[in-house]
Each structure stands twice: as C-alpha cells, then as structure tokens.
Design a protein around this ligand. Structure first.
Ligand SMILES: Cc1ncc(COP(=O)(O)O)c(C=O)c1O
Length: 384
C-alpha cells in the first residue's frame, strides 16, 4: 500500500539507544541509564490509591472531552499557587499527555503548509508531529551565548505562523526569564505568529521559578503534563491552557480525535496534585543528582555544558571529542556501560557534536555512571 508523504517522519534515536541498552542487559551486562527522559519513580502513592478506590466505585467511562471539571478546576488553582496567576478553569483542556496537546494545538492553530519555528536543539517530536500534520517546521539554530534558547532576532523575517518554545527546555534544561519570554511573545505576535509555550518541566527547577507565558499574555497556548514533575509518564495525561475564544475550537477537535483523556488517568492526576511531599522528595533527588553531574561531568572530560536551570538533563558539546555523536554514544554504551543520547535527536545540523545526559534516575546510579564515564575517558586517553 502506498504511504502519505506526511508519514515519512524520522525515528526517535533515543529509542534505538534504549533498545541497544536493553540488549546489553539481556546479555547480562549492568547498564546505567542516562538516556531516559523519565523519572525512575512511579505515580505518587495518593494517585494510585485514589484510582484503586475509583475502580471499585465507578465504571470509569468516557468523561467530557475537555476533561473532568474537578481536574480542570484543580489545574487552574495550580496557576494561582505556582505563579499567582488567576486562571479561569474553563480555559483548561485536559489532554492525553502533552503529546496529545501538540496535536490539538497544531490542528487548531495552523493550516497545511504553515511555518512553525522551533528551537534547535529541541524536543524532536515537535518537528515530526508538525511534519505529520503537513506543516513546516522551521529550525531556529540557537546560540550558546543565549543558553541555547531562541531570541527575537532568530525569527526576524521568517514569516512564521507559529512559534513554539520550551522552558525549561529538553535537551538543555535552560529557561527563559520574564524578559526573554516577553520579547519572544512580542516578536512572534509582531509577525502574526501564534505563540505556544511547552511548560512540561515546570516544577522541576533548581534556582529560579520557571515563568509561564500566562504571566505575560493570555493570547497564547500553554502546554503542560503530568509526566515529569508529577512522575506519571505512562498515564498519558497532560493539559493545555488556551484563550477563552479558542476553547470551543479545541473542544470540537478533542471530541473527535480522542473523545477524552483516559478517565482512570484523570482520577489519578487529580489526586497526584495533593501529593506535594512525595513530589518535593523526588525533586530533592534531582537536585542532588544535578549537583553531582555539574561536578562529575567536567571531571570526566565533558566540560562544555551550560548548567541547567530545570528539567533533568545536561546537554554537552563534545565536538572536541567526536564528529559522530551516534558512534560515540554507542562506544560509551559498549565500553563504559552507560547509555546516553546522541544530540542528533535534538539538532539534526549540529547534534553530531553533542550528547544529552539525563539525571532522572537514583543518586546511586548517577554516582556509578559518573565513575564509569571518568574511567572510560581516562582509558580512551581523553583525560590526563
Ligand atoms: C519538552 C517535552 N515536551 C513534551 C514531551 C512529551 O511528554 P508527554 O509525556 O506529556 O507526552 C517531552 C517528553 O520527554 C518533552 O521532553
């Protein structure tokens, strides 16, 4: 059968790394996982308990397309708690993960052939989902002096219909402060481009609080998820905040594309929002891991890194060590038993000289991984 041109999206290279790591484990090797972009912890206890109860008490059928009213209400409340933003719950749309929110946002906002700017390096699926929807991803090569975040000059004259940003970003963990976010919103709106802010790593920040685009404008789409801070990747539940006059547009698409976000996951997500102690304990682990990484990676010969403001990744420039990050990652897996992600996933142009290290797993794993990396780099002759 013939396939559409739209379906010709690239694979997610990190999945190939995960498969290689799995094979090594199957063959009896012990692998430290610094490739995965997910917490090692599960959903908070309160979330699973609430679901166990709901499974006794309710058939867990369809919910309305925009999500359980109580969950939309609780998410709106979070904006008051986290940012002092007064948000109307009617503007909150519960989605099947932020991935489901991207589909809804891109479908609601853009027509075939529209051009959407995305930072490079950036989360790979933006590009692939845009392509699959017949839209045109426009890479914005970001500069180290801007901490690998886009700035208004990067979009000047590009005739974009949309601009997508992420703060904290994957793979860099760097953030946009008020001024930087405000300047990008102004530049995007100045050229008639819709502004979309991916805020999936909010809650996982180490120095300053992350800024939501909603502090600066109501004329934007904000996308978030229960996957990262709330430690619920596999549950496939997230949310989106849209301008009031866009709710009905998104609702009609959501009704038809998804009917609803899994009811069970919505029940668990609502309860997870009351599990602050457990979630803060997870954050303490990432904080400790981050400190170990910032000290240990340079000692292992990976010195060209921008300290991450949030998320659980460090992006390293390894162009002095290799011009083939894929082969280098394979060598690190083979010789050091540490799985890391080649930068090509995040930046097709410059990613052959970068690696992403994740520190989402346990602190003992991070210690062991850093030791292995140092020994590997010493044996490779890269350390004195
Ligand atoms: C920046 C970014 N956005 C979105 C996602 C997708 O997350 P979800 O599980 O909410 O679909 C990820 C996953 O790693 C991510 O890193």
């Amino acid at each position: 059968m013939r396939n559409s041109t739209r379906s010709g999206v690239d694979p997610f290279i990190v999945m190939d790394v995960m498969e290689a790591a799995r094979k090594a484990e199957e063959a009896g090797r012990h692998i430290i996982h610094m490739e995965v972009g997910q917490p090692g912890t599960g959903a908070p206890k309160g979330a699973t308990e609430a679901l166990a109860k709901a499974m006794q008490d309710s058939p867990l059928g369809y919910t309305v397309a925009l999500g359980m009213p109580a969950l939309r209400q609780r998410i709106a409340q979070l904006y008051g708690e986290w940012y002092n933003v007064d948000l109307d719950p009617n503007r909150v749309v519960v989605t099947p993960g932020s991935s489901g929110a991207f589909l809804l946002a891109f479908t609601a906002l853009f027509d075939s052939g529209d051009r959407v700017g995305i930072g490079a390096p950036g989360y790979p699926s933006y590009r692939q989902i845009l392509k699959a929807l017949g839209l045109v991803p426009v890479d914005l090569p970001t500069a180290p002096e801007n901490r690998l975040q886009p700035v208004p000059a990067d979009i000047a004259g590009l005739d974009l219909q949309g601009l997508m940003v992420a703060s904290p970003a994957n793979p860099t963990g760097t953030m946009l402060n008020h001024a930087a976010m405000g300047a990008l919103i102004e530049a995007a709106q100045g050229q008639g481009a819709s502004f979309i802010s991916d805020e999936i790593y909010h809650g996982l920040e180490y120095e300053a609080k992350a800024v939501t685009a909603l502090e600066l404008t109501d004329e934007c789409y904000v996308i978030n998820s229960f996957s990262k801070y709330f430690s619920m990747t596999g549950w496939r539940v997230g949310w989106m905040v849209v301008p009031e006059d866009q709710v009905r547009v998104v609702e009609r698409i959501a009704q038809n594309m998804f009917i609803c976000t899994p009811h069970a996951s919505q029940v668990a997500a609502l309860a997870a929002m009351e599990c602050e102690d457990e979630l803060q304990a997870n954050l303490d682990v990432y904080r400790q891991n981050r400190a170990l990484m910032l000290e240990g990676l340079p000692k292992a010969g990976f010195a060209n890194i921008a300290p991450p403001d949030g998320a659980f990744y460090v992006y390293a420039d390894v162009s002095d060590l290799t011009d083939d990050s894929r082969a280098f990652a394979a060598e690190i897996l083979d010789k050091a038993g540490v799985a890391v992600t080649p930068g090509l996933d995040f930046d097709p142009e410059r990613g052959h000289g970068t690696l992403r290290f994740s520190y989402a797993r346990s602190t003992s794993d991070i210690r062991e991984g850093l030791d292995r990396l140092r020994i590997f780099m010493t044996e490779r002759g890269n350390l004195g």
